[in-house]
Ligand binder design. Structure first.
Ligand code: BMA
Length: 369
């Protein structure tokens, strides 16, 4: 189905859409297991997906872009091309565990908190990922030379460190407030892509039991601190079976969103493989989410450097039309002097600008002003 309309919401418009669409689908309501604060965000996401829409997400959207860094908050490559901000912005807490003032990509945590407030005020959604350092080796998230989760149960100093690190993410999230002083609900998506082997919490570096214990530990720390503004997202990478996806699933009482991260690699030559992976995975993610009273999302995707002509309208859009998810999020537009080809949305002057504008008008994607 082609939704031939522009969907750009203001905060008021979103509220009307949320109320107006509540009876349109026969699928069961998403379970009200989270506190009221988080429930508001769950309802927004649920209403979007039940009406055939989805939030379009971009990581670090207003923090920097392909040709600029250290934005003042109003600049965005998505906005420069489409006229509106993405409906969802993703942010990453990597380095907060070390009490750093900036994250692993140089974004100041003070700026991040303020941008989360601005995105919330314009009726948009915020999601948070976390690439923490390896607490055993001192390396980064991708350092798998030491496997801390094998030792977590027996090494008191290590488990104290991990608890303190999780505590810092909880404190940051608990401090996210709107202008009235109310906590801003956010999606938190820790310990992601764990079916892959590249993170210290991933496949080969932790048993399923160790991974699940880490997730439960995370949730316990948030609950003990009374953090009530989190919508929890589980997001393994591509898998070859449904059993693999659920092997590390912490349980329905810990998760609100069943997600998945699948990237389009190898340009045009990789299109068939990308489609196959998504066609395999999203149907069962969506179906299991429906059965369990959860939301489904395409938590990370993208074609790095937009090497596939028409990627947004010819590759992503047909997938989004087939698979009703609450949101899709593409990764960051790194500044060109840092990583010249590491971008996932076009910037002004890029040949894919028009294609992305068409996608923004016709796909049912939600952007905000
Ligand atoms: C990766 C890349 C890295 C970045 C990390 C965390 O996919 O974008 O350059 O440091 O995500 O944002």
């Amino acid at each position: 189905m082609k939704l031939n309309r522009t969907i750009i919401y203001t905060a008021a418009g979103l509220l009307m859409a949320a109320c107006g669409n509540s009876n349109k689908s026969a699928s069961p309501d998403v379970e009200a297991t989270e506190p009221a604060n988080a429930q508001t965000l769950i309802a927004m996401l649920d209403s979007a997906s039940k009406s055939g829409r989805f939030y379009f997400g971009h990581h670090d959207d207003t923090a920097y872009g392909h040709e600029w860094k250290e934005g003042a908050g109003d600049r965005s490559d998505v906005k420069s091309v489409t006229g509106a901000y993405p409906g969802l912005m993703n942010w990453d807490l990597g380095m907060i565990e070390l009490d750093s003032t900036r994250n692993l990509d140089g974004v100041s945590f003070t700026f991040m908190a303020s941008e989360i407030g601005r995105q919330n005020a314009r009726g948009g959604i915020n999601a948070i990922s976390w690439h923490p350092r390896n607490p055993l080796s001192g390396g980064d998230s991708w350092d798998v030379t030491a496997s801390p989760l094998h030792e977590l149960a027996s090494n008191q100093a290590l488990s104290d460190t991990v608890d303190a690190w999780i505590g810092r993410t909880a404190d940051f999230i608990g401090e996210l407030k709107d202008s009235a002083g109310n906590r801003i609900p956010v999606i938190f998506r820790p310990w992601h892509e764990n079916t892959g082997t590249w993170f210290w919490w991933g496949n080969g570096n932790a048993t399923p039991e160790e991974y699940i214990a880490l997730w439960k530990r995370t949730r316990k720390i948030f609950d003990e601190k009374g953090i009530d503004n989190v919508v929890w997202a589980y997001s393994p990478d591509k898998v070859t079976s449904e059993e693999e996806y659920f092997r590390t699933y912490p349980g329905d009482e810990y998760v609100d969103i069943l997600g998945t991260d699948i990237y389009h690699f190898d340009g045009e030559a990789g299109t068939a493989q990308y489609r196959e992976r998504v066609d395999f995975q999203l149907p069962f993610v969506i179906e299991e989410a429906r059965k369990r009273g959860k939301l489904a999302a395409f938590t990370e995707t993208g074609n790095e450097g937009l090497t596939v002509p028409g990627w947004y309208t010819k590759v992503l859009q047909p997938l989004m039309e087939k698979y009703p998810v609450a949101y899709v999020c593409v990764w960051r537009n790194a500044e060109k002097s840092d990583k010249p080809n590491h971008y996932y949305v076009p910037f002004p002057g890029h040949p894919e600008e028009e294609d992305f504008r068409t996608f923004s008008r016709e796909s049912g994607a939600i952007f905000v002003k």
